[in-house]
Design a protein around this ligand. Structure first.
Ligand code: PLP
Length: 355
């Protein structure tokens, strides 16, 4: 088996609870296209978790979940406001614009991956004439692309701005479970109680094979959503295998345990990196506060290269030396030790070479 990698939480396999539920679902026949007991049960469990009668749909991946959820909030002449590093802008190949038939994405600045609330009214009011697409949705990522979290007060501020500007709120929750684990807040307090209309709740990175839940708190927006899914090729005919893993993860809280574990492993990695920082001052630097399951560090480019050469896979998309290390449900303490030992060795080699 290949070693554990820190490139992404989607490098992992399927967690036992999801696997077990898939196996349970794999007995006999069931109605297709979501009309089965597993899909009913998974939707009910999500309504329990969110303490509200939301509408729930299961799709294959996060790009589809985000794009279709955003399309349900917009007409083609509307615009979507999101952070400049948001996945919907940088990693979805234009799918949000495509599925909403031309909606424009407007980019907002903000420190550490979080949208600066002041930028919302500025962007909305910059143009109010008929020649510019009308702002309609604020899209937030929780946890953010930089592994930071919007706290409840921060969500409250953003919610107030959105409401004042007449914007609906979409939340990209590919790592929503990690945000719940990090804040200790209830899923309801992090979403609809702060004005979120629709959440894309990630299952894949939490430990499933394939599945994201689109959760509409604003139920009017869910009108005819099943047609959007079907047209986009996102209506699974054997839907029970997309929904059963949710039952497996939700019925005894495994979704939260998985996220707590991933966050704890990232906290351990952060601690080890801070120790290395002490012995190698000026060589390595934490880039953002670690709040969820990722750690971002700046390394000398040759040290990052040397880690790559020794078989470590990870993304380096923040500047030349910025590296992202992501933990998941299956990261172990010895995985963290293996990475930090190689990092230390690479720094020592570099130090020697300088003499
Ligand atoms: C992983 C991820 C998604 C989903 O990506 P897919 O590859 O389409 O499943 C969405 N948003 C964020 C922030 C992500 O990290």
């Amino acid at each position: 088996m290949d070693r554990h990698q820190f490139a992404s939480d989607n490098y992992s396999g399927i967690c036992p609870e999801a696997w077990e539920a898939m196996q349970e679902a794999n007995s006999g026949h069931a109605r297709s296209y979501g009309d089965d007991p597993w899909t009913q049960k998974a939707s009910d469990l999500l309504r329990d978790v969110f303490e509200t009668p939301c509408e729930v749909f299961f799709v294959f991946n996060g790009t589809a979940a985000n794009s279709l959820a955003l399309a349900s909030c917009c007409h083609s002449y509307h615009s979507i406001l999101c952070h400049e590093l948001a996945h919907v802008e940088t990693d979805e190949c234009g799918a949000p614009e495509y599925f909403s038939n031309g909606t424009k994405i407007l980019l907002l600045p903000g420190q550490e991956g979080r949208i600066d609330p002041e930028a919302i009214p500025l962007t909305v009011r910059r143009r109010t004439d008929i020649h510019f697409p009308k702002p309609r949705v604020l899209s937030l990522t929780q946890a953010t692309e930089l592994g930071t979290i919007y706290s409840i007060p921060q969500l409250e501020t953003l919610g107030a701005q959105a409401s004042e500007c007449g914007l609906k709120i979409h939340m990209d929750g590919a790592r929503f479970a990690n945000a719940v684990a990090a804040t200790g807040a209830s899923p309801a307090d992090l979403t609809w109680r702060r004005g979120v209309d629709v959440l894309c709740f990630g299952g894949t990175k939490n430990g499933m094979a394939i599945s994201e839940a689109v959760v509409f708190f604003n139920r009017a927006l869910a009108d005819e959503f099943e047609y959007r899914c079907k047209q986009a090729g996102q209506l699974a005919s054997k839907m029970r295998f997309l929904s059963a893993p949710w039952v497996g993860l939700l019925r005894d809280g495994a979704w939260l345990r998985n996220a707590q574990h991933a966050n704890a492993m990232a906290a351990l990695l952060e601690k080890r990196i801070l120790e290395i920082q002490e012995t190698h001052p000026g060589q390595i630097r934490l880039l953002f506060p670690r709040q969820a399951n990722s750690v971002f560090v700046e390394l000398p480019p040759d040290v990052a290269e040397s880690l790559h050469a020794s078989g470590w896979l990870f993304y380096r998309f923040i500047g030349a030396g910025g590296c992202r290390w992501m933990c998941g449900w299956d990261t172990t303490e010895s995985d963290v030790t293996a990475l930090t030992a190689d990092l230390r060795a690479a720094l020592i080699r570099k130090g020697r070479a300088a003499f």
